[in-house]
Design a protein around this ligand. Sequence first.
Ligand SMILES: CC(C)(COP(=O)(O)OP(=O)(O)OC[C@H]1O[C@@H](n2cnc3c(N)ncnc32)[C@H](O)[C@@H]1OP(=O)(O)O)[C@@H](O)C(=O)NCCC(=O)NCCS
Length: 118
Amino acid sequence: MVVCFKERADLVGMININGIVRGPYQRGVLGYAAFLPYAGRGYMSTGVALAVHYAFDQLRLHRVEADIQPGNTASLRLVRQLGFRKEGVSPGFIKIDGVWCDHERWAITREMELPHVR
Ligand SMILES: CC(C)(COP(=O)(O)OP(=O)(O)OC[C@H]1O[C@@H](n2cnc3c(N)ncnc32)[C@H](O)[C@@H]1OP(=O)(O)O)[C@@H](O)C(=O)NCCC(=O)NCCS
């Protein structure tokens, strides 16, 4: 998915829902990034909130996850303010630039309060 303005074609960022598993899981994992010059203005919070609603309402998922490096302040703030909860930390979870990095595991499920779309 791309995040863009309703009024004009400028792209604000991108959002993926990866690794969708059906059956008894009904889960997916978010990936997202803001594009300059629109980072840090709240647009990605709106975009990710819309993606969470899409995941539950259209894709009928039960759980949406985000795996975030502990030092990624912007991403941690984003999911926290959207109502995700931290479920734990997985050591050496994802290999980035040749290094296995720890990641915090955040998630939101259908039973939780869904994010406001600002
Ligand atoms: C994570 C990312 C998508 C957030 O996008 P964004 O445009 O900053 O999102 P928003 O503007 O909606 O901001 C989200 C919150 O983070 C805050 N924030 C933004 N940049 C920040 C920074 N560098 N340090 C601390 N907080 C920051 C914002 O102020 C906002 O919080 P607030 O509303 O309480 O003030 C963006 O930083 C990014 O693309 N990072 C690189 C890719 C990445 O890390 N993706 C996620 C992988 S898990």
